[in-house]
Design a protein around this ligand. Structure first.
Ligand code: HEC
Length: 140
C-alpha cells in the first residue's frame, strides 16, 4: 500500500500541481493587468467602449441607480456571464455587440467581438480593484 502510494506520489503531485496551475491561470486571466493611469491597449480600448458604445456609453444607464453598478457586477459575474448579457441583452439591457464593434477605435484595433467585450470587462475589473482611475491613457 505504502509502496503503491510512493510509486504514484509523483503523479499525484503532478496532477495537483497542474490543477493549481490552471486555477492560478484563471485568476491571473481575471485580474487587472494594469496599475495607474497609463494602461495596456486592451484596457484602454475597454475604457473607450465604456465611454462610447451607443454614442454616450454604458454609463448612461449603468452610472445611474437602480441599474446594476458594473463595478459590482464584475465581482459577481464570470467573464463569460458578463459577455453573455452584453451580447444577448437582458430585460432593459440592450444587445451591445454590434454597437461595440461599430466604434472606430475597436474596428481599427482588429479585435474580435469577444476580445472587445473582454476589454470592457478588464477595464471594469481594474476600476473595481481600485488599480486605475476612470480616465486612462494608453501606455507608450
Ligand atoms: C439603455 C441602458 C443600458 C445601456 C446603454 C447599457 N446597459 Fe447594461 N444593463 C442595463 C440594465 C437595465 C440592466 C439590468 C438588466 C436586468 O435586470 O436583467 C443591465 C445589465 C447589464 C449587465 C448584467 C449586470 C448584472 O449584475 O447582472 C452587464 C454585464 C451589462 N449590463 C453590461 C453593459 C455594458 C458593458 C454596456 C456598454 C457596452 C451596457 N451594459 C450598456 C441597461 C443598459
Amino acid at each position: 500500500m505504502i509502496k503503491a502510494i510512493r510509486k504514484y506520489l509523483p503523479y499525484i503531485a503532478m496532477a495537483t500541481g497542474l490543477m493549481f496551475g490552471a486555477a492560478n491561470q484563471a485568476i491571473a486571466a481575471g485580474a487587472c493587468p494594469d496599475e495607474g493611469k497609463e494602461v495596456s491597449v486592451p484596457t484602454f480600448i475597454g475604457s473607450k467602449i465604456y465611454e462610447r458604445t451607443f454614442g454616450r456609453g454604458c454609463g448612461t444607464c449603468h452610472d445611474v441607480a437602480p441599474n446594476p453598478n458594473l463595478l459590482e457586477s464584475v465581482k459577481k459575474l464570470s467573464q463569460e456571464e458578463f459577455a453573455t448579457v452584453v451580447k444577448n441583452g437582458r430585460n432593459g439591457m440592450p444587445k451591445a455587440g454590434a454597437a461595440i464593434m461599430g466604434i472606430k477605435l475597436v474596428k481599427k484595433s482588429g479585435m474580435s467581438e469577444d476580445e472587445a467585450i473582454n476589454a470592457v470587462w478588464t477595464y471594469l475589473s481594474c476600476l473595481s480593484e481600485g488599480k486605475i482611475p476612470a480616465k486612462v491613457k494608453k501606455k507608450k
